[in-house]
Write a protein that binds this ligand. Structure first.
Ligand code: TPP
Length: 640
């Protein structure tokens, strides 16, 4: 169906939708849906979550006055409708492109994006902060956090609910309940929400019961006390949302999140009442696009696809690193029943789906709760299991203390499979996994590996399983170079701390690790062919322990070094090499480090970003030439 964008193209600010009738709002919601499908099918992005919140977002902007009233989007992946209503219709076609509109709220993009998000479960804390600031300033604006049932499984949400109920400040939490995290939501809270959802008598009962309770007369002190207790007892049995009520929130709902008028009247009602309020909104993930309604997990975050058939336009024939990891773990898990797998709501993304189906008893999805995942794994390791905890690099940041305090301090055999390490591309600043080498390297006891290709990832996993330390293996997003041994399973046990020399050369040493090994090999070919320079290329494989023997050996050939890493330069691989030479008192080395500069890297295609930060064969060549000529290094573009 083709749709003219007559209404949406005239919406330049939320004020413009306040004038629209209910019928026009319905038409607007259709236009918005179509426009999002058109754009995401071309650019990729978070489709299903956005299709689910069209009416909810329209109702919010109809009732509240952004930006004075603060709307905070949890995770922020569902903020496309908000972007369209707040004056970004034209730029929306640049969604997720370099220098284009971000897929997440950005304060630098619009005054209506009041708080940056990307990592889950922060919105209620932020709302509490905005509410407290407002109260201190003596202002009167509303503060609204929009959080999904998935994000509500994250520990921070509970910390914030607990505190919000304590300070009793005026704020609204919209619980967008679509029964889905990325996959089906899990947990006791999720079951509780289901009970609220499926029993419609609850809603009516709540009003009836409240009226009855209010009318119980208080005759005499004793009787009044008994009546109070009776009220409490009855409330426990019959009042919906009692969990939230007990936390100090007024509970509204559940209401139909696709019924604009019902939502507007509920929001108006909530606005009139004071204190913390929670509105339970039921929505359908993927609403309005049949493929996404049927398969919301696939369309949660998608690459470009054909909108008519719903089929992916991705043509790659190689397995992704996540798939290679998942396949390897299945093979190793079949041989060793102590191996268990842990994920924090990302079984698909981390490649663990197959393991979960093959070994359901040894698979644990804890919800969006990385800290819980890590400490739980530590205890299981203490009981003799071998937990493999697969988490994206950026989300593992959440669990730094648990890795240090619960795993490494006790020297427990937990294996961290750190997926999406390095530049991830279109999801941008909040999602690039460029800090893990730095935030893990200084922790005692841990072994850190970064395989150069898919086969080395399988060998690294096998190696990790056969030692007894904490181990982390980092690997990038997407496909590798197409080398995998999934069928033959001829993976080797790698000696701990042993790197390899892939090219011999006496003019300069290029030290690489993980995803930078192959670009370094290409660079050495160019140096040889175009400049007659013989570069030694070493794949260090281990960030910790570093291969000191190898480093000392190649230092004898040349004291010129270039290190290349897909990690922040501060505290990463290059820093480790520098520290090594300092410890060895080899002060005459001349070393240049290539990696991620001291800046947050914007969103855009991974290849483009790698060029910008200077992790390409060409930049390696340029660096070697400058180093050998004694020229200075200033990659202006690297300041993203
Ligand atoms: C700390 C953290 N872990 C994992 C993720 C990955 N992630 C993004 S959205 C999402 C599911 C969110 O589900 P929900 O809040 O219910 O929103 P929905 O997409 O269903 O609307 C997950 C796990 C994240 N953004 N942050």
């Amino acid at each position: 169906m083709s749709i003219e964008y007559n209404l949406i193209k005239c919406v330049n600010s939320p004020e413009d939708i306040k004038r629209l009738s209910y019928t026009e709002l319905e038409i607007l919601s259709q236009e918005i849906r179509q426009y999002i499908i058109d754009t995401v099918s071309a650019n990729g992005g978070h489709l299903a979550s956005n299709l689910g919140v069209v009416e909810l977002t329209i109702a919010l902007h109809k009732v509240f006055s952004s930006p004075e009233d603060k709307i905070i989007w949890d995770v922020g992946h569902q903020s496309y409708v908000h972007k369209l209503i707040t004056g970004r219709f034209k730029q929306f076609r640049t969604l997720r492109k370099y220098d284009g509109i971000s897929g997440f709220p950005k304060r630098t993009e619009s005054v209506h994006d009041v708080f940056n998000t990307g990592h889950s479960s922060t919105s209620i804390s932020a709302a509490v902060g905005f509410a407290q600031a407002r109260d201190l300033k003596g202002e009167k604006n509303e503060v609204i956090a929009v959080i999904g049932d998935g994000a509500l499984t994250g520990g921070m949400s509970f910390e914030a609910l607990n505190y919000a109920g304590h300070i009793k400040s005026n704020l609204i939490v919209i619980l967008n309940d679509n029964e889905m995290s990325i996959s089906h939501n899990i947990g006791a809270l999720s079951s509780y929400l289901t009970r609220l959802r499926i029993d419609p008598t609850y809603s009516k009962l709540k009003t009836d019961i409240e009226t009855i309770l209010k009318n119980i007369p208080a005759i005499g002190k004793k009787l009044a006390k008994t009546a109070e207790r009776a009220k409490d007892g009855l409330k426990y049995l019959l009042v919906p949302g009692i969990l939230f009520e007990e936390l100090g929130f007024k509970y509204f709902g559940p209401i139909d999140g696709h019924n604009i008028s019902q939502m507007i009247s509920t929001l108006e009602m909530a606005k009139k009442s004071s204190g913390p309020k929670l509105i339970h909104v039921i929505t359908k993930k993927g609403k309005g696009y049949p493929y996404a309604e049927r398969n919301p997990d696939y369309y949660h975050g998608v690459g470009p696809f054909n909108k008519k058939t719903g089929r992916s336009l991705n043509k790659t024939k190689f397995l992704s690193y996540s798939e290679v990891f998942g396949e390897t773990l299945c093979a190793l898990g079949a041989e060793n029943e102590k191996i268990i797998a842990v994920t924090a709501a990302m079984s698909d993304g981390t490649g663990l789906k197959k393991f979960s189906q093959k070994f359901p008893d040894r698979f644990f999805d804890v919800g969006i709760a990385e800290q819980n995942a890590v400490t739980m794994a530590a205890a299981m390791a203490a009981e003799g299991f071998i937990p493999v905890v697969a988490i994206y690099s950026t989300f593992l940041q959440r669990a730094y203390d648990q890795i240090l305090h619960d795993v490494c301090l006790q020297d427990l055999h937990v294996i961290f499979a750190i997926d999406r390490a390095g530049i991830v591309g279109e999801d941008g600043e909040t999602h690039h996994g460029v800090f893990d080498m730095s935030y893990l390297r200084h922790i005692p006891n841990i072994v850190l590996m970064a395989p150069k290709d898919e086969n080395e990832l399988s060998s690294a996993l096998k190696t990790a399983i056969n030692i007894s330390n904490p181990v982390a293996i980092r690997y990038p997003r997407g496909t590798g170079i197409g080398i995998n041994d999934i069928n033959k399973k001829e993976w080797v046990q790698i000696e701990i701390g042993k790197g390899e020399i892939l090219r011999k050369g006496e003019d300069v040493n290029i030290l690489s690790i993980g995803s930078t090994v192959y670009p370094s090999l290409v660079a050495s070919d160019i140096l040889k062919m175009n400049y007659g320079i013989n570069a030694c290329v070493a794949n260090l494989r281990f960030l910790k322990p570093l291969d000191s023997k190898l480093l000392k050996e190649i230092y004898k050939n040349s004291n010129y070094f270039v290190t290349v890493e897909e990690n922040a330069l501060q505290g990463g691989f290059g820093s480790a090499v520098l520290e090594f030479f300092e410890q060895e008192k080899l002060y005459d080395i001349k070393l240049v480090r290539l990696g991620i500069p001291d800046a947050f890297i914007k969103h855009g295609p991974r290849e483009q970003l790698l060029k910008i930060v200077g992790i390409t064969p060409e930049k390696i060549v340029e660096s070697v030439l400058r180093l050998l000529r004694g020229e200075s290094f200033e990659f202006k573009e690297a300041k993203a």
